[in-house]
Design a protein around this ligand. Structure first.
Ligand code: DC
Length: 206
């Protein structure tokens, strides 16, 4: 069984995808991490993330880079969003994601184009969303918890910028697959969101 989980940044899709993987005992791939690794590798190469050749070269990142905590930073998230607009980068990362989706027994993948491009054949497709204000608030709380001081307004601006880039790029833009279940987590706490999604998936599989 393939479960596709898409949605914008800080919507809760990663947390939900992890919980689904545990619940259904499936392996999980956070595909955003692959784009983050490419973004980080461009920076390490002192390249330009907006240059398609520099971005493609960075797709050769070493696997150890995926373990680097710097990949989780806001800065790397911004670089990831920039390199992800290049069709050659998306093509270079396709095979790895598709192979993960096709493994025996199935998988959970989360990202922006899982239900539309990577696994249009997924058995269950989810699109997780939340308001910009709530996503900014969550990110701000998370960063404050890590003792990173940043104004809420700055995070909100960054989220809007990333949403615009992810939604408006020509190749594999962020969007819900027509048959996806859309779940808005704005008013839901983490545990309630997880419970709602697990119930929705179980109902869809009945
Ligand atoms: O989910 P994330 O915040 O880690 O993703 C970082 C960026 O990577 C996101 O802004 C766009 C890109 N991305 C993508 O284009 N396609 C995916 N399947 C996953 C992420």
């Amino acid at each position: 069984m393939i479960i596709a989980v898409d949605g914008p940044t800080a919507s809760g899709k990663g947390t939900i995808a992890k919980a689904l993987a545990v619940h259904f005992d499936l392996p999980h791939l956070d595909t955003g991490l692959l784009y983050r690794a490419v973004g980080r590798q461009v920076a390490l190469n002192e390249g330009d993330p907006d240059n398609p050749q520099d971005a493609l070269l960075a797709c050769d990142f070493p696997d150890e880079l995926l373990e680097d905590p710097v990949l989780r930073s806001e800065e790397t998230g911004g670089l990831a969003s920039r390199v992800s607009v290049h069709p050659a980068v998306r093509e270079a990362l396709f095979t790895r994601q598709r192979a993960f989706a096709e493994q025996d027994g199935g998988a959970v993948l989360d990202g922006r184009d899982i239900g539309t491009i990577i696994a249009p054949d997924a058995h269950v497709k989810l699109y997780i969303t939340a308001s910009v204000e709530e996503r900014a608030r969550r990110r701000w709380l998370e960063m404050t918890g890590r003792e990173i001081e940043i104004p809420l307004a700055e995070i909100e601006e960054d989220i809007i910028r990333r949403d615009n880039r992810d939604i408006n790029r020509a190749d594999a833009p962020l969007k819900a697959a027509p048959e996806a279940m859309v779940i808005d987590t704005t008013a839901l706490h983490k545990d309630a969101a997880i419970e709602t999604v697990i119930e929705a998936v179980e109902a869809a599989l009945r």
